[in-house]
Design a protein around this ligand. Structure first.
Ligand code: HEM
Length: 525
């Protein structure tokens, strides 16, 4: 707009000057013209001065208006035209410090609420518990979930991670039914069996890499629970290809063969072939398995088609497949990483380990050595539950949660514009010294006092998008902890704290290798 005004003024200024120059050669010969010309020139100069003054005034008003609006938006850098700070973001992902380093450095530079530009979009990061409440609770309906488009292509458009508000509600209500207390009870026994078998395999090994072992266990547990795949070729394919999908999630969306994103898309196809085959079989009534999630979703849809349900329609084939993949991805890597961090933190804090060992040995005496752990056993681990919670706080496996601002609003005293991404920086909340005393210390007893500041523990998110597998994840961590601590002594042999490159979740690059010594044979049933 200012450019337009300046152009117009320039035009007006030129005209009288040209007229004055043209009239100049006639000066001597035409005295009346001279008077006319002088009068005309005087008038023109007066106009020029007034217009000049006006232009200055308008310019200053516009400039001061602009300054006012940029002063109101969060501080930060928009980086280079078009690509913004994408390269710096990519560099952080590819560094040993992990992608959260990108956020950490900008928080140090710009403060708790800052603005950047990644993948051509404006991203704001906020880190107070009040902002977390406003965004995650979303009572005002001003925010919706937002993932970068490449993630949508990998998990599928029908995944609840990408679904719009109404669609998300429908899918979530169908999936929530799967995570009932009775499912959890069944799952705990199955998971314990898996852990016991896996730990038995460690007996003759002097070292194990916790991350690798935990991932094998959680992948198997997820695949069994979701589609009853627990061994053989299909499990091998799922293990390998899910890792490729996860690696592609933060990659540049280039569909060129050889790129990380392309590999992720190919991996998605292979996973979908397995899930699709299992679903076709279920639809045709073959290999019906009453316990797995796939069967329950198919049965629910059949009931809905026959008008036998009151809670709306079931999910379509595409919705079921995309969400089975979503749950495999959401459940296995996150939980395996959390277990790995927990082992590391316990190794560094022998006094916590001692207290935990006493609790777990007491429990082991109560539980028959021939039976598997149950939901009741899990509820009888108060100290271990705090160890799990403290590990999740310190590790912040999912460091921030992205949302899209649907309208202009205000956050932490700054203006947020419609269309911007607003990210709840959970890791900052977890390390905020005004919320957690001595926040970098691993201290499970800090959770003795349950009356913590609301929205200060965000490991599983909050509000309508809270992690669906939260109780399952906690149960897996507790079962793993119980069996590990009552069966083995361990020592971490690589203290490296570098973070895995290209990891979607925060995980240790070393994988946390440990030496293991079996302490008793009686505890393993
Ligand atoms: C320690 C392990 C886990 C952690 C730290 C974790 C963390 C999270 C977080 C923070 C969110 C919310 C993100 C947001 O609001 O943007 C989330 C969502 C989700 N999680 Fe988990 N999760 C874990 C394990 C699991 C497991 C075991 C499953 C399922 C089997 C699961 C399934 C999901 C699903 C389906 C969502 C999407 C919910 C929705 O959008 O409505 N998660 N998880």
């Amino acid at each position: 707009m200012f450019f337009k005004i300046a152009q117009q003024n320039f035009h007006i200024i030129l005209l009288p000057t040209q007229a004055a120059e043209q009239n100049c050669s006639c000066r001597k010969n035409m005295p009346s013209m001279l008077r006319y010309h002088e009068a005309y020139s005087f008038g023109c100069y007066a106009v020029i001065i007034v217009l000049g003054a006006l232009s200055c005034l308008i310019y200053h008003i516009i400039k001061s208006n602009n300054q006012e609006s940029t002063a109101d938006i969060p501080p930060g850098s928009q980086g280079l035209p078009l690509i913004g700070e994408t390269l710096q973001f990519m560099a952080a992902i590819n560094s040993g410090k992990g992608f959260y380093e990108f956020v950490r450095l900008r928080r140090l530079r710009h403060g708790n609420c800052f603005r950047t530009n990644i993948f051509g979009e404006t991203d704001v990061f906020v880190s107070s518990t009040e902002s977390a409440k406003a965004i995650l609770n979303n009572d005002s309906g001003k925010f919706s979930k937002r993932y970068i488009r490449s993630i949508g292509e990998l998990v599928g458009n029908q995944s609840l991670l990408c679904a719009s508000h109404q669609h998300h509600k429908l899918i979530r209500s169908q999936l929530s039914n799967l995570f009932s207390t009775s499912s959890l009870s069944v799952f705990i026994k199955q998971f314990d069996q898996l852990i016991v078998d896996a730990l038995r395999g460690w007996e003759h090994r002097s070292t194990v890499v916790i991350q690798d072992e935990a991932l094998k266990i959680t992948c198997k547990a997820m695949c069994k629970m979701l589609i009853s795949v627990e061994s053989g070729y299909e499990l091998e394919v799922l293990e390998k290809e899910v890792a490729h999908v996860c690696e592609a999630m933060l990659a540049l969306p280039l569909r060129l063969p050889g790129t990380r994103f392309y590999k992720g898309l190919q991996a998605r196809k292979k996973i979908m072939a397995i899930v699709g085959k299992a679903m076709n079989e279920r639809r045709r009534g073959l290999h019906a398995n009453g316990e797995d999630f796939l069967q329950r979703l198919v049965d629910e849809d059949d009931k809905a088609c026959n008008g036998a349900t009151t809670n709306g329609g079931g999910l379509t084939d595409e919705e079921i497949q995309d969400n089975i993949l979503t749950m495999i991805i959401a459940g296995q890597d996150t939980t395996a990483s959390a277990m790995t961090w927990m082992v590391k933190f316990l190794d560094e804090n022998p006094e916590v380990l001692d207290t935990l060992l006493r609790e777990q040995l007491d429990l082991a005496r109560k539980v028959s050595s021939k039976s598997f752990l149950t939901l009741e056993s899990i509820n009888d681990m108060p100290y271990a539950s705090k160890v799990v919670k403290e590990s999740l706080r310190l590790a912040s496996i999912v460091p921030w949660f992205p949302r899209l601002a649907l309208e202009d609003c205000e956050m932490e005293g700054f203006k947020i514009k419609r269309g911007w991404n607003v990210n709840v920086d959970a890791k900052s909340v977890h390390l905020d010294p005004t919320v957690y005393n001595d926040p970098n210390k691993f201290n499970p007893s800090r959770f003795d006092d349950e009356s913590k500041v609301p929205y200060s523990f965000l490991a599983f998110g909050m509000g309508g998008r809270t992690c669906l597998g939260m109780n399952m994840a906690k149960a897996m961590m507790l079962v793993f902890l119980h069996r590990l601590i009552t069966t083995y002594r361990w020592k971490v042999i690589n203290p490296d704290v570098s973070i895995e490159k290209w990891g979607l979740f925060s995980k240790l690059r070393s994988g946390c290798p440990v030496t293991v010594t079996c302490i008793t044979e009686n505890v393993i049933p």
